[in-house]
Design a protein around this ligand. Structure first.
Ligand SMILES: [Zn+2]
Length: 171
């Protein structure tokens, strides 16, 4: 059985869902992503950036915990499996020599948002950034290069070391 699915405990007395000491929340994706509705473009961009940072910092603590038991390809497998178990879509990650590529099908963030003129899967970017930091070493640039909310297809992400991009620019 999927690791995270078998670990999650519903404490009905406290009204909590826990993975060990880590608390989770079940929420309709359209409620979550509805926070972006009606915001002007500048504010929406700021909220998405903040959403990425929150996922990087807080979700990153889960990634750090997973990284104690797995690294490299094994860590990627744990992250992809856990994402499916948490309802974050179907993740497929590839580790190239100096970068990570991630495809997410059925993203709840794209689904919850609906048609968009910009990528909306900001928390996935934050988690990918955190995973890439563990695997490639930091600091890391991560971005969503194609979003299902724009295309109707899968979401595509890439992450690489900040200094790698500079080397690339010099060539
Ligand atoms: Zn997306």
């Amino acid at each position: 059985m999927n690791g995270i699915v078998s670990r999650l405990e519903h404490d009905l007395e406290q009204g909590e869902i826990l993975d060990g000491k880590r608390r989770y929340l079940l929420m309709r994706p359209d409620v979550l992503m509805g926070i972006l509705r009606g915001l002007d473009e500048t504010t929406r961009a700021a909220v998405l950036k903040s959403f990425t940072r929150a996922a990087y910092e807080n979700g990153g603590r889960s990634i750090e915990a997973y990284a104690r038991d797995a690294d490299g390809r094994a860590l990627l497998d744990v992250v992809c499996e856990t994402s499916a178990g948490l309802g974050w879509g179907k993740w497929d990650a590839e580790l190239e020599h100096d970068r990570l590529r991630l495809t997410v099908r059925n993203s709840p963030f794209a689904w919850g948002h609906g048609v968009s003129s910009c990528p909306v899967c900001a928390p996935v970017v934050g988690i990918l950034q955190s995973v890439a930091k563990q695997i490639l070493g930091g600091p890391i640039v991560a971005e969503e290069v194609a979003c299902g909310a724009m295309s109707g297809g899968a979401c595509e992400f890439v992450a690489y070391r900040e200094d790698r991009s500079q080397e690339g620019n010099l060539k």
